[in-house]
Write a protein that binds this ligand. Structure first.
Ligand code: HEM
Length: 306
């Protein structure tokens, strides 16, 4: 793991997650206070994840809609549509320039005031291992992956639960009982049926043998995580949804030396977003409208229009 990753994860472990969660819970309550229908992506998961990211990364003065738009174009450019289309490149570069400016200005402002703060930006500044440019890069790299990933995972979980009423009812019971472990288990099982990430890639660092297959050093590997999460060797009876599987066996957030840097946030944010909707009562999930590779709109309607 690189020293930037080690420093970032150390700083992340010092952030007050309970405070972050309290802020997120009140946003969830506010978003769900209106009528019997909601857009679970554009009117719920995406704005809540954006506010969590703003609080975590430390960009209080940037309008949330701008942060959400920026992360989307930079994420698409960086990870999903590798410079194939001119419009994706243009938007990605514009977004990257904004991200650089917003983070740079906030870091400079805090440094000048001598008040680094207690969010991730502040923890990285206090840690002292990275200079201002290093702090900016570390934050930018993490922030870009924080919003549409969360909204996509929530949308997919809701669609799976919308199609499987028994699964939805069991998850709803866990949500009503305040059983967070079981609620998370149902969420990870629903996501196993339609993962947010279905493959990962790696480069072999050295010659090795995997399950009898010789892999030369330098080989590019595509790891089919969706298939792996349906392997009976690791997920006994893989066709059944079982909420008490070992959390460590899922590959939703990658694994090995480079797992997702947002795992500690994902662990509560995704189940909390799904749980908020489940507690309102049985729902129907409509059609997802996509914006390129990202779910953009997902109508959720509660029975009886509650
Ligand atoms: C607060 C939210 C999040 C943050 C800050 C975050 C941050 C990151 C970072 C920094 C990495 C790169 C890790 C590395 O290369 O060392 C990463 C990788 C990854 N993230 Fe996230 N992420 C977030 C949310 C999510 C969500 C919601 C999902 C899926 C549902 C997800 C799935 C992944 C996956 C699959 C990888 C690749 C891991 C691998 O290659 O093994 N992330 N994330």
């Amino acid at each position: 793991m690189s020293s930037v990753s080690v420093t970032s994860y150390r700083a992340l472990s010092r952030v007050d997650m309970a405070a972050l969660r309290t802020g997120m819970d009140s946003l969830i309550d506010a978003a769900l206070s209106a009528g019997g229908r909601i857009d679970a992506v554009g009117g719920y998961a995406r704005p809540v994840a954006t506010s969590t990211a703003i609080a975590l990364f430390g960009l209080p003065s940037v309008p949330p809609a701008d942060v959400a738009a920026m992360t989307r174009v930079v994420f698409q450019y960086t990870f999903l549509d590798i410079p194939s289309r001119r419009a994706v490149v243009r938007r990605g570069e514009q977004g990257g320039a904004l991200l650089r400016r917003w983070l740079g200005e906030e870091i400079d402002r805090r440094a000048a005031a001598g008040v680094p703060g207690v969010d991730l930006m502040g923890q990285l500044m206090q840690d002292g291992q990275l200079d201002r440019e290093g702090v900016r890069r570390a934050l930018g790299g993490m922030l870009v992956g924080a919003i549409d990933t969360t909204a996509t995972a929530v949308a997919k979980i809701l669609k799976v639960m919308g199609r499987d009423r028994a699964l939805q009812d069991q998850a709803a019971r866990a949500a009503h009982d305040g059983d967070n472990d079981a609620l998370s288990g149902w969420c990870w099982e629903a996501l196993r049926r339609w993962p947010q990430t279905s493959l990962l890639s790696r480069v072999a660092a050295a010659d090795t043998v995997l399950a009898g297959l010789k892999i030369p050093g330098g080989a590019r590997l595509v790891l089919l995580t969706e298939a792996a999460m349906n392997d009976p060797g690791a997920f006994p009876d893989p066709g059944r949804s079982l909420p008490d599987r070992q959390p460590g066996s899922y590959l939703h957030f990658g694994g090995g030396l480079h797992p997702c840097g947002g795992r500690s946030v994902n662990a509560f944010q995704i189940p909390s977003l799904v749980g908020g909707l489940l507690r309102r009562g049985p729902f129907t999930a409509g059609r997802i409208r996509w914006a390129g590779p990202f779910p953009d709109v997902l109508p959720i309607t509660w029975e009886g229009g509650r």
